[in-house]
Design a protein around this ligand. Structure first.
Ligand SMILES: Cc1cc2nc3c(=O)[nH]c(=O)nc-3n(C[C@H](O)[C@H](O)[C@H](O)COP(=O)(O)OP(=O)(O)OC[C@H]3O[C@@H](n4cnc5c(N)ncnc54)[C@H](O)[C@@H]3O)c2cc1C
Length: 411
């Protein structure tokens, strides 16, 4: 009997809708399901760095995002106290980041998948996967208040977030796991203009960041180490404001504005999961999750969607075997993600950087070329691997030449 769908995608946010959209654009029959309805919010801040913006542009969706009035962010600032590093995060072609509310971004993505011809089923909760001889054949679930329904496809894609039901059912290998390292709380402020800047303040065992979003609001997230999660959760507001008070000029700016929303908090584990097996694939957080301190999740979900859709097209069109195509998907994902994953986990400890790192940051702060490279690395526009020992030596010797100090000898 012919299957009704080539692919069922479970989850319709940053990973699921683009995967469904890209497959549908190639002519495949796709069902995208989510227990949520759209527009709806989710627990996440929402910076989309320039590589994510480039993906939206490739998909023809950047104009739509810009049409929602989301302000562009063209400058990132990393303030370490005694010095700051300021630069532009993008490339000549995609110079800006955006910080769209998830209510707006995710709805735009779901609509784009529907426009491409994917069938979207909102308010549909998948309860289990269907297997035959160890191979995933489909899903079983129900619409709110409805009867149980089974749907079958050649492949089931888990885009269902870090607590993925698909991953629970297929039990993929986990690797490079690290426990939760940081907890963060965010809210939105009015009357706190940012002038297109994403400001990050780094202090020992504390950090916060502020970025403009829709409706003239500014998103401000503050964090502390996971070891303080239990103690601090009794007074989130007090602890959050105490972090802002570490930078009195910023705290004054915030207090001249007004908090417009309740606090939302999260702490997440760090892991990679093998993203494919017989009849199934994982994209986005379901396959690779990391702390939010470097704000890479949405951009990574977009990358996964493109790579996974390409691999599934190769399989579904008969050009390659499923295993060959998906092995390449996993290899490309891991190669690209690993350096940023290591950096993210290191930053998420909020431990003060070692002395030689502080010296490097200080040397970077006076050197525009180095500042641009540092900011682009943090945006994921260039890989941390490209911030190479040669670059570091160059930065340090430039600082040495400027100051006549011995900083360059430290490396
Ligand atoms: C506090 C915090 C701040 C963050 N800040 C940023 C940031 O600034 N920038 C950034 O890029 N990333 C950020 N991230 C990460 C980002 O939120 C995620 O990487 C991104 O949402 C992953 O998208 P996804 O589509 O893989 O999963 P999700 O967004 O988790 O979507 C999964 C979807 O699957 C659906 N689903 C799950 N199970 C089922 C089921 N059984 N049946 C039906 N539907 C189901 C859910 O309803 C949900 O809609 C942050 C995360 C957190 C926690």
């Amino acid at each position: 009997m012919a299957l009704r769908y080539d692919a069922i995608v479970l989850g319709a946010r940053c990973a699921g809708s683009p995967t469904g959209m890209l497959l549908a654009r190639k002519g495949y029959r796709v069902l995208v399901v989510d227990r949520a309805t759209f527009p709806s919010d989710t627990v996440s801040t929402h910076i989309v760095h320039p590589p994510g913006v480039a993906a939206l542009s490739r998909w023809g969706l950047l104009d739509r995002l810009e049409g929602t009035g989301c302000p562009p962010v063209h400058t990132y600032v990393f303030d370490f106290g005694p010095f700051a590093i300021t630069g532009s995060p993008g490339t000549d072609e995609y110079p800006a980041a955006y910080c769209p509310r998830r209510t707006i971004l995710d709805k735009l993505l779901v609509d784009a998948a529907a426009d491409a011809g994917a069938e979207i089923r909102e308010r549909f909760t998948v309860e289990e996967l269907l297997f035959e001889g160890g191979c995933v054949m489909g899903v079983k679930g129900r619409s709110k208040g409805g009867a149980s329904v089974s749907e079958q496809a050649k492949v089931v894609v888990g885009a269902d977030g870090r607590n993925s039901l698909v991953a629970d059912a297929v039990r993929p290998e986990h690797y490079d796991e690290k426990p939760p390292l940081l907890c963060g709380y965010y809210t939105y402020w009015s009357g706190l203009p940012m002038h297109g800047r994403f400001e990050n303040y780094v202090r020992p065992y504390r950090g916060f960041a502020a970025v403009p979003t829709h409706d003239d609001l500014t998103l401000v997230i503050a964090g502390w180490p996971y070891s303080e999660f239990e103690a601090n959760r009794k007074d989130v507001e007090g602890n959050y404001l105490a972090v802002l008070d570490l930078v009195p000029e910023f705290a004054d700016r915030a207090r001249r504005g007004r908090r417009e929303a309740r606090f939302v908090g999260a702490t997440v584990p760090n892991f990679f999961r093998r993203p494919y097996g017989r009849g199934w694939a994982l994209v986005g957080d379901a396959g690779y999750n990391k702390d939010f301190i470097t704000a890479q999740g949405i951009t990574d979900a977009f990358r996964d969607a493109e790579r996974c859709a390409t691999a599934l097209d190769e399989f579904l069109s008969g050009a390659r075997s499923f295993d060959e195509a998906m092995r390449d998907y996993q290899r490309a994902r891991d190669e690209q993600a690993r350096p940023m994953y290591e950096l993210t986990c290191q930053l998420a400890t909020l431990e003060p950087p070692p002395r030689e790192m502080v010296e490097l940051f200080a040397a970077t702060s006076g050197n525009q070329k180095a500042m641009e490279a540092f900011v682009r690395m943090n945006a994921g526009t260039i890989s941390p691997a490209e911030f190479s020992p040669e670059n570091v030596r160059e930065i340090m010797s430039a600082a040495h030449a400027r100051s006549g100090s011995s900083a360059g000898d430290q490396f």
